[in-house]
Write a protein that binds this ligand. Structure first.
Ligand code: PMV
Length: 307
């Protein structure tokens, strides 16, 4: 049996504006992962363990059926060989942690390895992006990039190729990822924002430019290990995201409680509308702020460190 896994991800700065060609910074979250197992079988079967579902011969109308089809073509096979695929994931779905991208990326890597040989990251990334288009409509490409390469990236959507620049974080950066428990569809939040942008382009382009400026400053702060500055920039990014209409009451409540409890800064992460927020904390305060977030209604809090 062949297995492959991909991590969850958080967007540290620049979500949404990244869809409109501005830069963004994202990092993997290795504590939560999607894993795909592939073994020979007598039929094509896809077991989604966490959803308690089994699909026989999934076709290209299903995102994972499409992933199977893409890998078949990539491996130069004329038919899909019978195979049993089992997918497990500890990444919460529809909450901004990139679960769709991680599942697709793990499946593509495992299948390609099983049918031919381990694929290079560029191939996994390119095919995962095709699946992201089905999940998200107009994805920037940042989710598939971070979960495939599994390292922090500074990313900008561009033609003909996206800019993907790894960078070094100075010292350690401790983050809490808190789940509002409110599921939000990335496709819907991104689509609603597109509608507002179409009605008031000039205003939204200014918001996106503000996000871009914050991202550039944040990259410098990460490289310098300047945590107070990083916290201020998170707060500034959150203010712009709220203006753009992608925050929510549940997010604002938890963000405020993290800040009051002493976080350097806090913001939503990913599409917003619900889902997860991230708070930058001093390691000495992490347990206390984590408990504050749980008391304020967070469904779960994951502690992660960028180094
Ligand atoms: O909600 P998530 O984890 O899928 O993140 C979406 C990030 C956006 O910038 C809102 C969309 C995109 O494609 O980059």
């Amino acid at each position: 049996m062949i297995s492959a896994s991909s991590p969850g991800k958080i967007i540290l700065f620049g979500e949404h504006a990244v869809v409109y060609g501005r830069p963004a910074i994202a990092a993997p979250v290795s504590q939560v992962r999607a894993t795909a197992h592939v073994a020979d079988s007598t039929q094509v079967e896809l077991h989604l363990v966490d959803l308690d579902r089994m699909l026989l011969a999934p076709d290209s109308t299903h995102p994972l059926g499409k992933a199977i089809e893409l890998v078949r073509a990539e491996c130069g096979l004329s038919d899909v060989p019978p195979v049993k695929i089992t997918i497990e994931s500890t990444i919460p779905i529809a909450s901004g942690l990139g679960s769709g991208a991680a599942i697709a990326s793990a499946l593509i890597r495992a299948l390609h390895t099983h049918w031919q040989a381990p694929p290079d990251n560029a191939t996994v990334n390119r095919l995962t992006y095709e699946i992201e288009k089905i999940f998200h409509g107009t994805p920037s490409g940042i989710d598939n990039t971070v979960v495939t390469y599994e390292r922090p990236v500074y990313f900008r959507r561009a033609e003909p190729t996206n800019l993907i620049a790894p960078f070094t974080v100075k010292g350690r950066v401790d983050l809490l990822i808190a789940d509002t428990g409110v599921k939000a569809s990335t496709k819907a939040v991104v689509g609603d924002l597109r509608g507002r942008w179409a009605q008031a382009r000039a205003r939204y382009e200014i918001y996106f430019d503000q996000c871009a400026t914050i991202v550039e400053k944040a990259k410098a702060a990460l490289e310098q290990g300047d945590l107070p500055q990083l916290g201020r920039l998170m707060d500034a990014n959150q203010a712009v995201l709220a203006e753009m209409g992608v925050s929510s009451a549940a997010l604002e409540t938890l963000i405020a409680s993290a800040r009051t409890a002493g976080a350097y800064g806090a913001k939503l992460s990913g599409a917003g509308g619900g889902g997860n927020l991230i708070a930058l904390v001093d390691p000495a305060d992490s347990d206390r702020i984590r408990q504050t977030l749980l008391d304020a209604g967070a469904r779960r809090v994951i502690a992660t460190t960028l180094e």
